[in-house]
Write a protein that binds this ligand. Structure first.
Ligand code: NAD
Length: 250
């Protein structure tokens, strides 16, 4: 898709999980539209390769979002590096294992919640505080259509994404009069490296549920992410945006 020239000129954006998949593609697009990007990711090697792809002016911080102290430090360091944080895109997440609820490994349930829910909360908490002080900000959280529909054998992932939806609705209302918006995206399946974690039978199941009969394209999700992260998104907050080829029941 063609970038909008200058849409992010003068804007500084932090992207968790920005070294891969939807986060990386958003970073590329924002940079192409004149913004400065700072990637937070747990994978140092991926950060290096992402920085090389995106180009000059891109920063990276190795941070595990499950560590609240590290996230608080990353938020402060990011503001020092960039001078300001205009938008936060929370893309860090895992799919985790597929298993029936009655067999679901307790440690895996906790790991999924730690990254997808607690990690996202820490990033929102510390960056929203900085944005509120400045009176401007755009927060975009990545949930999933699984959080609305509930995917069998992916109960932990589905529940974690439902939590992200509820959390973002609450945050949007809390910040409604501050100049900071917070919205959440619920994509159906998109072909990114996350699918390596998912059983083929489950991938086939997810495809069968999409009325358009195909997976989403990375660019189609990035178009929504970047609009929600831009200045143009000024009257939508606490809202859920589906990008699911028609897959949603409410
Ligand atoms: P991806 O695996 O390509 O990228 C996820 C990134 O998060 C990776 O770079 C990984 O290193 C990072 N990460 C994982 N754990 C982390 C941690 N503890 N701290 C910091 N970084 C960490 O995945 P993606 O497809 O780009 O997914 C991005 C987001 O979109 C996820 O939240 C995912 O649940 C959601 N989503 C993806 C799809 C899809 O089909 N791809 C569909 C719906 C929602």
């Amino acid at each position: 898709m063609t970038p909008y020239a200058g849409r992010f000129k003068g804007r500084c954006v932090v992207i968790t999980g920005g070294a891969s998949g939807l986060g990386l593609a958003s970073a590329r697009r924002i940079s192409a539209e004149g913004g400065r990007v700072l990637i937070w990711d747990v994978d140092a090697g991926r950060i290096d390769s992402a920085k090389a792809q995106i180009g000059a002016g891109t920063f990276g911080i190795v941070v595990d979002v499950t560590n609240p102290t590290a996230v608080e430090t990353a938020a402060k360091t990011s503001e020092q590096h960039l001078g300001q944080i205009d938008a936060l895109i929370c893309s860090a997440g895992i799919a985790g294992r597929n298993a029936a609820v009655i067999d679901y490994p307790i440690d895996e349930w906790k790991r999924i919640f730690d990254i997808n829910v607690h990690g996202l909360f820490y990033a929102n908490r510390y960056v929203a505080a900085l944005m509120k002080k400045r009176g401007y900000g755009r927060i975009v959280n990545l949930a999933s259509i699984a959080g609305k529909e509930g995917n069998p054998t992916a109960s932990a992932y589905s529940a974690s994404k439902a939590a992200v939806i509820g959390f973002t609705k609450a945050l949007g209302k809390e910040l409604a009069k501050t100049g900071v918006t917070a919205n959440v995206i619920a994509p159906a399946t998109v072909e990114t490296p996350i699918l390596k974690q998912v059983a083929q039978a489950h991938i086939d199941f997810m495809l069968s549920k999409i009325p358009m009969g195909r997976f989403g394209k990375v660019d189609e999700i990035v178009a929504m992410i970047t609009w929600l992260a831009s200045e143009e998104c000024s009257f939508a907050t606490g809202a859920v945006f589906d990008a699911s080829g028609g897959r949603a029941t409410y």
